[in-house]
Design a protein around this ligand. Structure first.
Ligand SMILES: NC(=O)C1=CN([C@@H]2O[C@H](COP(=O)(O)OP(=O)(O)OC[C@H]3O[C@@H](n4cnc5c(N)ncnc54)[C@H](OP(=O)(O)O)[C@@H]3O)[C@@H](O)[C@H]2O)C=CC1
Ligand SMILES: CC(=O)N[C@@H](CCC(=O)OP(=O)(O)O)C(=O)O
Length: 311
């Protein structure tokens, strides 16, 4: 069996560089590459895309669609797209391996895998198990609140947050955005958390490079009066056996008076907490992850490894 060839299209960008860093010591794959100065050269990109066994697209949506079109008649190249372009496309498999018991097998067998967005990774991780356990109706009016490290906005936002000489420099320590409540992550949150309607989603950015907290507040009356432990048990059962997604136990969660969004920065893990009011009437479900780890590059490498295992 020849050594599989992998090409990261967009390798010099934020997500691409993190994927390259995770793969730099790998001997089991051959990483194809184009010089940074040639990163937009379509002929060179197409040549690499065609030579690759797996192409990982780390591009804006339109460029990702262009790359997929280049491979229309090249069935030998399988694709992981980290953009939003194909995430709810029925011909693509959603790259959240922990979605349900069968998703990892679907990814392993897939030609096309849509890598999840960072915020949806947290939101779906919290909601899908409650839907599958029959604790939460799809009709529930769900809200998702989040804070992301500024690397979530890629090179552009990194420059705006870090370079004080720029005319568009951002000085805020924290800011809300997506104020029109129409963020591009709504479709995948609705589809893969199996909700009837888009959640109300309030994203924000903090003055830290990497890290993320995603919160889903729920009233117990929306959970058929389920207790805090019943909710936590539904999550624990869903992620049983996962080495990347962990559910904090009651004592770990109860011991917290603050939660730092950078706690898992630099890792590919995700930790879930169930916070509850004393009377058990209100819950705040919280996912802690790195927007570039399990929220992007780490997930892309996890999906690549699943797809390579199928060879
Ligand atoms: N940042 C994050 O936390 C996450 C990002 N994503 C998604 O990953 C993708 C990449 O994002 P990110 O790495 O942050 O973005 P960056 O802007 O940091 O990197 C994008 C890279 O793609 C290159 N590029 C842009 N347009 C083209 C084109 N037409 N042809 C070839 N190369 C092109 C850019 O080159 P140039 O420098 O010339 O612009 C850059 O090197 C996006 O779809 C994003 O939405 C997904 C999850 C999390
Ligand atoms: C802080 C910030 O700007 N975050 C990005 C999401 C990053 C991400 O998940 O990328 P996808 O676009 O591939 O989903 C945003 O809100 O658009």
């Amino acid at each position: 069996m020849t050594t599989p060839r992998v090409f990261i299209d967009g390798e010099h960008g934020t997500t691409g560089l993190q994927i390259r860093a995770r793969m730099s010591q790998r001997q089991d794959v051959e990483l194809l590459s184009v010089p940074e100065a040639e990163r937009r050269n379509p002929a060179l990109r197409e040549e690499m895309l065609r030579r690759a066994d797996i192409a990982i697209l780390c591009l804006p949506d339109d460029a990702a669609r262009e790359a997929v079109a280049m491979l229309e008649n090249e069935p030998s190249t399988r694709i992981i797209d980290t953009s939003t372009a194909h995430r709810v496309d029925p011909n693509w498999v959603y790259g959240f391996a922990e979605l349900d018991r069968d998703q990892a097998a679907r990814i392993r067998a897939a030609r096309y895998v849509g890598n999840p967005g960072c915020y949806p990774t947290g939101a779906i991780a919290l909601l899908r198990p409650l839907r599958d356990a029959g604790l939460l109706s799809g009709e529930t009016p769900v809200t998702v609140n989040a804070v992301s490290g500024y690397s979530g906005g890629g090179k552009q936002l990194i420059a705006q947050m870090e370079d004080a000489t720029r005319a568009d420099h951002i000085v805020a320590p924290h800011f809300l955005y997506g104020l029109d409540l129409n963020h591009k992550h709504l479709p995948e949150m609705r589809v893969f958390a199996k909700l009837d309607a888009d959640p109300i989603f309030a994203p924000s950015v903090g003055r830290f490079a990497q890290g993320m907290i995603v919160q889903v507040p729920l009233h117990s009356q929306w959970l058929a009066g389920a207790s805090e432990q019943t909710v936590r048990d539904a999550l624990t059962t869903h992620y049983d056996g996962s080495n990347l997604v962990e559910v904090a136990d009651r004592s770990q969660t109860a011991a917290l008076s603050r939660l730092d969004p950078t706690e898992l920065a630099g890792t590919d893990r995700m930790r879930l907490h169930v916070f509850a009011s004393k009377d058990g009437a209100r819950f705040n479900l919280v996912a802690l992850l790195d927007n570039l780890g399990k929220g992007a590059s780490g997930a892309a490498v996890q999906n690549m490894d699943l797809m390579l295992a199928a060879r």
